[in-house]
Design a protein around this ligand. Sequence first.
Ligand code: ATP
Ligand code: MG
Ligand code: MG
Length: 354
Amino acid sequence: NWDLILYVNLELVNKMSNRRFIVKEMLGQGTFGQVVKCWDTETNDYVAVKVIKNQPAFYHQAIMEVSLLRTLNQKFDPDDKHNIVRMLDYLSFQNHLCIAFEMLGQNLYELLKRNQLRGLKVKYVRAFSKQILDAMVVMRDAGIIHCDLKPENILLAPSVATAAAVKVIDFGSACLEGKTVYSYIQSRYYRSPEVLLGYPGQPPDDLLREAKNTGRFFKHVGSIFPGSEAPDGIPSAYRFLSEEEVEARESKRPKVGKWYFPRLKLDRLIYSYPWNNSELTETEKTDRLALVDFLKGLLEFDPNKRWSPVQALFHPFITGEPFTGPYEPVPETARIPVARAAAIDHNPGGGHWL
Ligand code: ATP
Ligand code: MG
Ligand code: MG
């Protein structure tokens, strides 16, 4: 009974830390617990408190969230310049790990829903992409993989001056590079093809269901992946149709899951709503061409060829430089990470433990 669980948890939070946090309202709930808006009587400010379910598995995963976020905040972003949520404190109350975060605004999914998922203005897409990429560069330097980047986990932040700002939240599924905890990562609809196809390693059991996803992926980027050969490293069990085969079947009803993936050129974005506007200025047109080129690079099928966050940051769509043709990123020279997260101390220490 969710009402009861909610009631019980709110009661718990009210009692937390000698009523340090006074619960004002519910902000969200997920698999791991609930997030509530609280008045912090110690700092006289609103905070967002994530109350983790009181079961050992959730508790331990949340300890990981605390330790990764502490490392990111303190060692890699001490001046809060890289669009990663600030963790303010954490405490344990009756086996509920409670993590206090700075109070942020709506998440991007809620924002998108406000205009019937018709998307944001290009200038916001540019600004938010830049900020998210910036956060990803920091995570990469720290050797931390977020594993759950999606609009629900990107929140509007109180804007600096007039500029719109976002922050990445929810390190509840994050892990250290090379120390994969789960093979089943990333929310289904945002899953990368290599994760969908289980490369390298075991293809997923429910390949058919996964293939429907892959089908959706191909629907948008099919033209980027020509030829009948699977790219390097994709198990040969996955057969892809050649351009001609696809062409031949394009008129027929798509049979997703039987290795037929309908094709829809990404470039068509330019000609379909809301792109099809004869009143666009030349600047607006090149802006949109730049955006399509940017998307292609991010949606590259082969993870080895896909742009890194740093490479993506230098795309003309992000830098605002004139777009003259397909972007060729400078190969990444060996970037020496500031400090690898191998140095992370998994005992969160500090904090208030009740
Ligand atoms: P999921 O089940 O999706 O993994 P979760 O249980 O890990 O979710 P979060 O993603 O951290 O929890 O938070 C859930 C929701 O609560 C967010 O999508 C957001 O809407 C809200 N929220 C989280 N942190 C904050 C914050 N600092 N300020 C305002 N709202 C927040
Ligand atoms: Mg979340
Ligand atoms: Mg989560």
